[in-house]
Design a protein around this ligand. Structure first.
Ligand SMILES: Nc1nc2c([nH]c(=O)n2[C@@H]2O[C@H](COP(=O)(O)OP(=O)(O)OP(=O)(O)O)[C@@H](O)[C@H]2O)c(=O)[nH]1
Length: 160
């Protein structure tokens, strides 16, 4: 189990300071605190594809989203899973914690939690596609850059 943030693809850090330097520029460099779910069903996990109209279009990610001020990661994740998939999840143990600097999008602090139980039927409310895939097949999907170390570890049976 990985407890401390890992820096994946840290060569992107230097590039980020070159963009959005002007005074009126968007605050894209603020650290975004995010909680995401590894929803497990036997040897499979649920993955979600971003829509064509979103940044990082059509890349795959795990369901979840940003923490609201004062919200715990578990509460944020439960809320996001209701909103995105229409399920009431029991948020299980934290599996890993990753910090990543996106080249054009600032930094994210991601906490991933296992979800072994939920109530309701999974309903795709916001994604292009949602799909159950075997852990060993994860590397054949184009995941967001921050997730790639995790994908390798999951496929090799290292984390779960
Ligand atoms: N839900 C989720 N977000 C992830 C993952 N990996 C990763 O880098 N992220 C990043 O974490 C942020 C989650 O924000 P969000 O879900 O609330 O909203 P969003 O995609 O519309 O992003 P934005 O509001 O920053 O543009 C995004 O910037 C997303 O790119 C992941 O596996 N799951």
């Amino acid at each position: 189990m990985t407890e401390e943030p890992q820096e994946h693809d840290s060569e992107e850090i230097a590039a980020k300071s070159a963009v959005n330097a002007g005074p009126g520029a968007p605050r894209q460099n603020a650290l975004r605190l995010v909680a995401a779910a590894l929803i497990l069903r036997g040897a499979e996990v649920l993955i979600c594809q971003r829509r064509p109209d979103q940044p990082m279009a059509l890349q795959w990610e795990f369901p979840g989203g940003k923490l609201e001020p004062g919200e715990s990661p578990e509460a944020a994740l439960k809320r996001e899973l209701e909103e995105e998939l229409g399920i009431t999840a029991t948020v299980g143990p934290r599996v890993t914690h990753i910090r990543h600097n996106y080249r054009h999008g600032g930094a994210v602090d991601l906490q991933f939690f296992a979800v072994y139980e939920f109530e309701g039927e999974i309903e795709n409310r916001i994604f292009h596609e949602v799909k159950w895939v075997r852990l060993e097949d994860l590397p054949s999907y184009d995941f967001l850059a921050a997730d790639r170390g995790l994908i390798r570890d999951l496929a090799q049976g290292k984390l779960l």
